[in-house]
Structures are given as C-alpha cells and as structure tokens.
Design a binder for this molecule. Structure first.
Ligand SMILES: Nc1ncnc2c1ncn2[C@@H]1O[C@H](COP(=O)(O)OP(=O)(O)OP(=O)(O)O)[C@@H](O)[C@H]1O
Length: 302
C-alpha cells in the first residue's frame, strides 16, 4: 500500500517494434499537479493509458491509489477522472441530459449533476443542445463528466487547446479547486506557457524516455540555463562597463546571466550605476523543455 496517488516504476511499453515507453517512472502525491510534456509520439498517451488501466506495461509497475488499475476488479472502484484530447459528446442531447446519462451509468444522483453544472458555469445552458455549445463550453462539459464522480485522480489531455485565455484561466482555476480537495491531477499539454505557473512537477518525455523530471526549481538547477535580466538602457550600460558587457547579449537586448552570476550583476547595476529598476526572469518551462529536447537529440546523434 502506498500513500502516493499515482506511482509508475520503470514502465516499458512496446508496440510491434516501437518502444513507446522505455523505463519511465513517476510519483504523484495527492493534491499535486504533474505536467506531462513531450513531442508528438513521445509516449504521453501511452503513459496515460497505463495509468487509466487501459493497457498494461510490458515491464514495470503502475499503481493508482495503491491498486493496479489494469485489473478489472479494481477498475470500477478506482476513482479516476479522464478528459480525453478529443472529447466526443452526444451533440443532440442537452448538457443536462448528457451529464445525467453519464451520472446514471456510474450510479450518481441528480443533485451531483446540478452541482457540477453550477460549478462549471453551465447551469444557464443546461437545456441547450450540446451542438450549440462553444468550444469553451464543450470543454467545460467534458471536464464536468470527468469530475462527476469526485475523482481522486484526474487526467486531462490537452484541456486548453482552442480555448481563449479567459477560458484557459477558468479551467486552471477549476483544477486548483479540485487540487485543494486532494485530487491529484495530470495534465498532458503542449501549451507550456499556460501550465508553467500551475504545476508542482513536470515529466518531460522524448522518444519514450523521461529526459527531465522534477519541480520547476529542480529543473532550473539541473539545466543551468541563464537568467534573463532586463534593464532599460542595457546596451548603453554594457558599452560603458566591461563587466556588464561580458553578460550582455545583443541578440536578446538583455543580460543573460549564468548560474551564480545573478547577484554580482544586480549588485553592480545597483552600486555602480544606480539602477534599481530591473526585471529578473529565471528560465521558463518552455526554455527548459527546448533544452531537454535538444539534449535528447544531441545524445541520440552522439
Ligand atoms: N496501438 C499502437 N500500435 C502501434 N504503435 C503505437 C500504438 N500506440 C502508440 N504507438 C506508438 O508509440 C509511440 C508513442 O505514441 P503516443 O501516442 O504515446 O505519443 P504521444 O506523446 O501521446 O503523441 P501525441 O503528442 O502526438 O499525442 C508512437 O511512436 C506511436 O506511433
């Protein structure tokens, strides 16, 4: 028995010669958000299917809430919600009819359907046919069916594709609310700038291998990418100061500061130039992601 919501240890999955997953491990605690990232064909969906119990690993072990999700005896009792990338909804039903249908399949009462419609701000449209829903409303309805049974593990596959910024923000707000109730969430996405500030940890896959794993802080430590420091008149300052010039990147029009040089740079700006107004931008998730993919490619070529 484990306390983690999801544990995957050394999962290997092959499909007729393709190594879709090659020894991937992860551990996700209750209430935490894992970003599952990787290029097309990296193995994300394969990993999701193992966690959902739709496939079994050829090697390794998967546990969800302490149970093997692929065992039929466990599947029904396991509290996993899933929003697939291409959610197919019955367009001719109303939102209320659709959720009621899913609720009945799972033995869930009408009150919970009402509650979820309210929670996802769909109550006003519950009597409209789903085919009249906007993309954002359809996605909220998809999320509604995924959380109907109050899952303890929720998996969302590309939940923000096609959503406007406001709708994406709302989706992450909903996810935050679920996490506060202890729900562990896995979000598979290519929209790195959106998930950046929400995730507790990221798992970056490339060709079936985990090429990076950990919190943003841990990934920053490991990848040692430069911090960007933006200052008004940076070029002029660098032109008058050899020490600053060494850190100035004309292509970026900013100081690109390696690990350990941030403090000396800021001190120099403050004490020698009286500059107090600067923007310090540590490496972002997209930068870390691209660095991982480059490294993986370089290792393959080598
Ligand atoms: N049922 C299958 N039969 C054969 N090959 C498969 C099968 N499922 C996945 N694969 C292969 O395994 C690899 C990983 O696929 P997977 O769908 O997990 O990638 P992904 O990261 O989800 O990609 P995407 O971002 O495009 O959805 C790919 O090379 C894919 O072609």
């Amino acid at each position: 028995m484990t306390d983690s919501a999801v544990t995957v240890s050394g999962a290997v999955k092959r499909f007729s010669g393709v190594n879709a997953l090659n020894g991937v491990s992860l551990e996700l605690q209750h209430g935490q958000l894992l970003g599952l990232l990787g290029h097309n064909g990296a193995g994300k969906t394969t990993l999701i299917k193992l966690i959902l119990g739709l496939n079994r690993p050829d090697e390794g072990r998967v546990r969800v809430l302490g149970q093997d999700p692929a065992l039929a005896a466990n599947r029904a009792g396991l509290s996993i919600g899933y929003l697939p990338e291409h959610v197919s909804l019955y367009d001719n039903l109303t939102g209320l009819e659709l959720l009621t249908y899913f609720a009945r399949l799972r033995g869930i009462g009408a009150q919970r359907v009402e509650e979820v419609l309210e929670q996802l701000q769909l109550a006003h449209a519950q009597s409209r046919k789903v085919r009249t829903y906007s993309k954002g409303m359809r996605q909220r309805l998809g999320l509604a069916q995924a959380i109907l049974a109050k899952p303890r593990v929720l998996i969302l596959d590309e939940p923000t594709v096609g959503l406007d910024p406001q709708a994406s923000t709302m989706l992450y707000q909903q996810v935050a609310g679920l996490r506060q109730q202890g729900c562990a969430v896995i979000i598979c996405t290519h929209e790195l700038t959106l998930i950046d500030k929400h995730l507790d940890s990221a798992l970056i896959l490339a060709k079936g291998r985990a090429v990076a794993q950990g919190s943003i802080w841990e990934l920053r430590q490991k990848h040692r990418l430069p911090t960007r420091v933006e200052v008004a008149g940076a070029e002029r300052l660098a032109g008058n100061d050899m020490q600053l010039a060494a850190l100035y990147d004309p292509a970026e029009q900013a100081f690109m500061v390696p690990d350990g040089m941030r403090k000396p740079l800021l001190e120099r700006l403050i004490h020698h130039h009286g500059v107090f107004d600067f923007n310090v931008l540590p490496p972002s998730l997209p930068q870390i992601y691209h660095d991982c993919q480059h490294q993986a490619l370089a290792e393959e070529v080598a």
